[in-house]
Each structure stands twice: as structure tokens, then as C-alpha cells.
Design a protein around this ligand. Structure first.
Ligand code: PGA
Length: 252
């Protein structure tokens, strides 16, 4: 059995004071109401990592970043390295979110290098994949997602990929209020797991958590997370409200 994981992706939201308040509200609601061993991760903007990390010390809530550089260090103004995240004690980093792929032209090859940098510093990548609406409508969504997974991850050795988290996020469901049906989610998660099994074998593929993302809400979380291959969620909008986020965790 894979442990369920619920990760919040705050994206580019909140001020320092708001981030502090949200983190502490999540910690207190979680502490009072959640008894399950579901892993909880808050992926906060870079400037708030240290603060959220300190607030969550000695709690079951972990902190992650939303991106890192594909370079080790050097003259890359404005970038943040995996080594920097590691030095703050941050264990997780989202890589290849569709907003990064779309607005910052992150390519499969670049993401493979980011994955390598993260793993070199013992960070756990939350590697995102997912198709835009037009690809879904063309019916080539499975092929695209298989390609994204292969490009970003299939250079890894079995021991390395075993430590990764994958998030399937159909782009048409992100921030739109339009969630994939449980069947659509389960079908794609099964495709991803089969692809992993084809490359690495069943033992490895059964270990890898695959999260669903795209308009996860308190009222659809339980049903989505009950699918056999859906191991939790990557939550955007609803992670900005502690009440909703903790209700989603309770659905896992
Ligand atoms: P959403 O975002 O929950 O607001 O749809 C999910 C994500 O982009 O990670």
C-alpha cells in the first residue's frame, strides 16, 4: 500500500504575513482533525520557504518548493538551485508544472536536468505531467503524457525513480473548476503506472506515488483519491484556504 500524499501548490500567491497565517492555520486544523498517516506538503513561494519550514518544525506537515534550476550554481541571475533548497532543509520540489512548461517554455530535456539536480541534492521531485485541452480532444493525451514521463524521468536508474512522486494534472482541469472524472483520472494514472512498469518492472512501478491535480476540492477529493492508482492530490486554488485544504486531506 502506498501512503497517500496531499500537496498544496500555492503558486505565486500570498504575502509573508498571509503565508505565515495560512501555514499556522493548516498546522492547527491538521493537528486537531487529521488522524490518518497521509503525507502533507505545502509548496510555498521561495521567499516563504524558511518561514514555513520553521513553523512546521516538529509537525507532520512538510514544506516543498515549486521549482529549481537545472544548473548547479553560477551566473544565472534570479534562479534558485537545488543545493540552496537542500541547505534550507526543504525535502520536496515541484518540477515541470504545466505553467512552467507553458509560460517558461520548460522542455522535456531541461526537466530531465532539473530532476537530476534535485536528486543530486536528495530532494524529492514532484514531477508534473498532463495534456492541454486540444490534445485531449484529439485523443492523443495518453501518448503525450507517456512522452512527458519518458523524457523527464526515464534516464533514471530504478533506485532513483523509486524515490520520485509523479503528479498527473490535465491542463484543462487546472484552475478551471473542471475536474477530470474519477474514470479519466484512474485511466491516465493506470497508463502512467503501466509505462513505468514497462520500463522498470512492477516492483518499482507499484512504489511510485501518482497524484492527481486539477480543481481538486473538498467535495471531489474523496472520490478521486479512492481510485486504485490515485495516491493523493496536488492542490492549487483550494490549498490557499486552510479549511478547504484540510478537508481535502481528510478525503485521502
Ligand atoms: P488547481 O491547481 O487545484 O487550482 O486546479 C492545481 C495545480 O496547478 O497544481
Amino acid at each position: 500500500m502506498r501512503t497517500k500524499i496531499v500537496a498544496g501548490n500555492w503558486k505565486m500567491n500570498k504575502t509573508s504575513a498571509e503565508a505565515k497565517a495560512l501555514t499556522s492555520e493548516v498546522i492547527s486544523l491538521h493537528g486537531a482533525e487529521v488522524k490518518s498517516p497521509t503525507k502533507v506538503i505545502l509548496c510555498v513561494p521561495f521567499p516563504f520557504l524558511q518561514q514555513s519550514k520553521e513553523q512546521t518544525a516538529n509537525t507532520p506537515v512538510a514544506v516543498g518548493a515549486q521549482n529549481c534550476s537545472e544548473h548547479e550554481s553560477g551566473a544565472y541571475t534570479g534562479e534558485v538551485s537545488a543545493a540552496m533548497l537542500k541547505s534550507l532543509g526543504i525535502p520536496y520540489v515541484i518540477l515541470g508544472h504545466s505553467e512552467r512548461r507553458q509560460y517558461f517554455q520548460e522542455s522535456g530535456a531541461q526537466l530531465a536536468r532539473k530532476v537530476d539536480r534535485a536528486l543530486a541534492h536528495q530532494l524529492i521531485p514532484i514531477f508534473c505531467c498532463g495534456e492541454p485541452l486540444e490534445i485531449r480532444e484529439q485523443g492523443t493525451h495518453e501518448a503525450l503524457v507517456r512522452k512527458q514521463v519518458a523524457e523527464g524521468l526515464f534516464h533514471l536508474a530504478p533506485e532513483a525513480i523509486s524515490g520520485i512522486i509523479i503528479a498527473y494534472e490535465p491542463v484543462w482541469a487546472i484552475g478551471t473548476g473542471k475536474t477530470a472524472t474519477t474514470q479519466q483520472a484512474q485511466d491516465m494514472h493506470a497508463v502512467i503506472r503501466k509505462e513505468l512498469a514497462g520500463k522498470y518492472g512492477n516492483v518499482v512501478s507499484e512504489k511510485i506515488p501518482i497524484l492527481y491535480g486539477g480543481s481538486v476540492k473538498p467535495d471531489n477529493a474523496r472520490e478521486l483519491f479512492s481510485c486504485p492508482d490515485v495516491d493523493g492530490g496536488l492542490v492549487g486554488g483550494a490549498s490557499l484556504k486552510a479549511r478547504d485544504f484540510v478537508d481535502i486531506i481528510k478525503g485521502a
